[in-house]
Design a protein around this ligand. Structure first.
Ligand SMILES: [Zn+2]
Length: 83
């Protein structure tokens, strides 16, 4: 069974379609049960879309850092709510 912290590790690969079929299934099952990780994947997907739109420009490292911090914060929040 996938844990939230495991999902955070594979979330970007899941969005990019780089997981094996078995891994994808594990992620899908987890997303069905966990609205926190659904929100995480949605946020990541939106971020990826924004980055693709601006792919002709140089990627802003500060932006990446902020996204990662937001994800870490979201995971921290979900842990606090669950405990
Ligand atoms: Zn989760």
């Amino acid at each position: 069974m996938l844990m939230c912290r495991d999902l955070a590790v594979v979330a970007s690969d899941y969005i990019d379609g780089e997981l094996s079929p078995g891994q994808r299934l594990s992620v899908k099952v987890h997303l069905m049960m966990c609205r926190h990780c659904r929100a995480l994947v949605n946020n990541l997907r939106n971020s990826a879309t924004v980055l693709q739109k601006h792919s002709s420009q140089q990627v802003n490292e500060d932006y990446f850092r902020r996204v990662k911090l937001n994800i870490a914060q979201a995971l921290q929040d979900s842990r606090d709510k669950n405990s």
